[in-house]
Write a protein that binds this ligand. Structure first.
Ligand code: APR
Ligand code: PHB
Length: 394
């Protein structure tokens, strides 16, 4: 049995866990990261791709912006469309800032490299990760390392950055806390395709058959989504059927716009869920990112929220563990939840406006809301403000 002393035991090596370890390391606070999956698995996961400009500024400030600034694409806004109409919302014009397209897997690579440079311990392929004594002065985390050897981390704080399915949220809820939850009666079928995007910026489409989204990863790789039923069998859709449905919903053939097709590199059905756990802290356990809250993907907020949590939690743990000042740590949950609820509301609002549910009355309300959002500068600015993102310190 190996026992390791550290300041912060971080569970999960996704963007939240790795960025937290980076922020702590820069300020001389030691951490150990424990991750269930292999490094190759974590770095190849296909996830979202939109970063708010304040998030990019923050990554820049902490030395993680070099490749991002070079390779990310600035998007000034998005297109909103429904049959017969497509409108561009220019966020830069509306609220003075756009968003950056940069795959989460790219950010994950940058973060892992930064961690390598810091040289602090990171255990991949850890099994049976268990949290102990979260109310005590010295909480601990036990696990089996990749070779099956038991390890104990004795820490001063534990950061639960283990995503939607990790053990930290359950540990917190066993002691305290409430889960607020919203289930949606549909899912997204997502494809990654080897084809140049048929659009310069993202297209969010309302259609009587269901929502569709045209996103992208690079000048040669597109990412597209279709709203499908919850119990959809991925095998029941051929690639051709997927492209046909995307073409209809995205309005191919309207005017001179067409949807280019290409080989499908990856396909998956992504269920929708939305929850918030409050408070985000109990005793010496702090939750951050998807472990504490998950939003539906329509507003592209998941990754941005994870970064924003950690931007609060990092300095809070430094002030407490290095300088003996508990103020920010005690305020963490309330401060983080303000933004979490704002983003949860925005994600719910975008989802509700764009997905086909309910009856024709609902459809007419959605159509009038889309018309209002694209024709009234005040309504357009409200969408732009939330999509382009609030200041980190909101
Ligand atoms: N033990 C250790 N690690 C675990 C465990 C466990 N029992 N369970 C889960 N993990 C790991 C996962 O394998 C994953 O690598 O925790 C990590 C959590 O990372 P993410 O899911 O990426 O969550 P987070 O860092 O909060 O980032 C949120 O990710 O899911 C997307 O859309 C979401 O973009 C958002 C972002
Ligand atoms: C994506 O590129 O995967 C993506 C973009 C915007 C969203 C959701 C997903 O709202």
């Amino acid at each position: 049995m190996q026992t390791i002393e550290t300041d912060v035991a971080i569970i999960g090596a996704g963007p939240a866990g790795l960025l937290l370890s980076h922020l702590l390391g820069r300020e001389g606070v030691h951490s150990v990261v424990v991750e269930r999956r292999s490094r190759a698995y974590v770095e190849s996961r296909i996830r979202a791709g939109i970063l708010e400009s304040a998030v990019v500024d923050l990554l820049d400030e902490v030395g993680l912006g070099a490749r991002l600034r070079d390779e990310a694409f600035l998007h000034k806004g998005i297109y909103l469309q429904w049959p017969g109409e497509r409108h561009h919302l220019d966020f830069v014009e509306l609220v003075g800032r756009g968003v950056f397209l940069y795959g989460q897997s790219e950010l994950q690579l940058d973060l892992a490299r930064a961690r390598d440079e810091q040289g602090q311990a990171l255990y991949y392929e850890a099994a049976d990760v268990t949290l102990h004594d979260l109310d005590a002065e010295a909480p601990s985390v036990t696990f089996l390392d990749a070779g099956g050897e038991p390890v104990t981390l004795r820490a001063r704080a534990v950061a639960g950055c283990d995503g939607k399915h990790g053990p930290s949220r359950q540990a917190l809820l066993a002691a305290a806390g409430t889960t607020y939850r919203r289930d949606y009666p549909f899912a997204w079928l997502g494809i990654l395709a080897q084809v140049a995007p048929s659009t310069d910026e993202l297209i969010y489409a309302w259609h009587p058959d269901g929502f569709a989204l045209h996103s992208m990863r690079s000048p040669t790789v597109s990412r597209l989504y279709l709203q499908v039923d919850l119990d959809t069998d991925l095998e029941a859709w051929s690639d051709e059927q997927i492209w046909d449905a995307l073409a209809v919903r995205l309005g191919a053939g309207q005017g001179d716009w067409s949807l280019e097709r290409g080989p499908v590199l990856d396909r998956a059905v992504l269920p929708f869920a939305s929850f918030v756990v409050a408070p985000m802290r109990h005793g010496r356990l702090f939750l951050a990112g998807d472990a504490a809250h998950t939003v539906p993907p329509t507003g592209a907020k998941g990754l941005n929220l994870a970064v924003a949590d950690v931007a609060l939690l990092g300095p809070a743990l430094v002030a407490w563990l290095r300088d003996g000042d508990r103020g920010l740590a005690d305020a963490y949950s309330d401060t983080a939840l303000r933004r979490v609820w704002r983003s949860t509301h925005f994600s719910w609002w975008m989802t509700t406006m764009l997905h086909r549910v309910g009856d024709d009355f609902d459809a007419q309300l959605q159509r009038t809301q889309l018309a209002m959002t694209t024709s009234s500068p005040a309504h357009a600015a409200a969408l732009a403000e939330s999509y382009a993102g609030l200041p980190i310190g909101f």
